[in-house]
Write a protein that binds this ligand. Structure first.
Ligand code: FMN
Length: 328
């Protein structure tokens, strides 16, 4: 049986960013937030010699593995791997507009072929214990077209899935970069409300442009859940309030030296096996919005070049000690 999981607050999949390390930091700060891996191409999953390190899930549940692909057998195998590695959900990426992804016939370009997407989702449903979901856009090109979105959802729901994450802007497949595709096409949350009234039993999670926790909280009350990307990328400590604000838990998490100790305890065994940048990257944005943090940043970057792990931990500890009142 699938676990019953509340997806009121989700951290969006972000390639190069929601690594196993970042997810560990998120899990320290919030026990309830629903997490996502980065998107992993099914071919990479299937052909990699060291698959478990790419998609390691070290007690980070509740969590989804996001995959990119459109070949049924590959998708089936990816679901199997996700299940074996104790993921709660496997999610199909139908939102990424990059040229490389289009060349591999996955991502947002799949919105052109709704029957293919429905068949992909069919293939991914390997058993009753793992949830299958999709993350898509509201359309393709420059014009809004509700009918196109509705017909896409009508078709994919025939697969039986009941969980849809929607980045509520179109994808423009030519002429603008993936970064531009996160800002230039206008947002339109009304498509989500409209489709929800047609499919009340399906969960539609809203994503795109939610740039404050206040906004997230308000939107979570009128949608099935919210998914945030860049706000968390820029300021992971926002997650400390999620369990109380979104999941009615009694207390906020308090950021302290223990946060740093817990994080370093997790990455210490990986030191030397992965780049220091990847290991520390989730902590590099904790200076966001904190006054007089420049000196710490300069110091951290120079010590990263020296690969001096113990000193780096001390600098982060001093930062938290000095700034925890401002952070909390
Ligand atoms: C650095 C970065 C990498 C991303 N990688 C992925 C990805 O792997 N899969 C995906 O579905 N979306 C990806 N996205 C898009 C986000 O999941 C999200 O849909 C988008 O950023 C809009 O949400 P936001 O306004 O809260 O940031 C990425 C976004 C960023 C900023």
């Amino acid at each position: 049986m699938k676990k019953v999981i509340d997806r009121k607050f989700c951290v969006a999949p972000m390639m190069g960013y929601t690594t196993p390390y970042a997810r560990n930091l998120y899990r320290i700060l919030s026990k309830k937030t629903f997490l996502f891996s980065e998107m992993i191409a099914t071919k990479t999953l299937i052909h990699s010699k060291d698959v478990s390190s790419i998609i390691a899930n070290e007690f980070q549940n509740p969590i989804a593995l996001q995959v990119g692909g459109s070949e049924y057998n590959d998708l089936k195998l990816s679901s199997k791997l996700a299940y074996e590695l104790n993921y709660d959900e496997v999610n199909l990426n139908v939102g990424c507009p990059s040229k490389a992804v289009q060349k591999g016939s996955f991502g947002a370009c799949l919105m052109r072929d709704k029957v293919l997407v429905k068949n992909c989702l069919d293939a991914m449903q390997i058993n009753k214990d793992i949830e299958v979901s999709i993350k898509c856009r509201i359309g393709l090109g420059k014009e809004f077209n509700y009918e196109f979105f509705e017909e896409f959802i009508d078709e994919i729901l025939k697969s039986g899935i009941r969980l849809v994450y929607v980045h509520a802007r179109n994808a423009i497949l030519n002429g603008i970069s993936p970064k531009g595709n996160r800002n230039i096409p206008p947002l339109n949350y009304s498509f989500l409300s409209k489709i929800k009234s047609k499919y009340p039993k399906t969960s539609f999670i809203l994503n795109g442009g939610i740039d404050s926790m206040d906004k997230a909280l308000k939107l979570s009350k009128v949608h099935d859940g919210v998914m945030l990307g860049r706000l968390i990328q820029n300021n992971p400590f926002c997650l400390k309030d999620v369990d109380r604000q979104f999941y009615n838990q009694k207390n906020n998490y308090i950021v302290s030296e223990k946060t740093i100790n817990d994080y370093f305890n997790f990455i210490r065994p990986k030191f030397g096996k992965d780049s220091i940048y990847r290991l520390l990257s989730p902590l590099l944005s904790i200076f966001f919005g904190i006054p007089n943090a420049k000196e710490f940043k300069i110091n951290i970057h120079s010590k990263m070049k020296e690969d001096n792990f113990e000193i780096l931990e001390k600098i982060f500890l001093n930062f938290i000690k000095e700034k925890k009142i401002l952070i909390n």
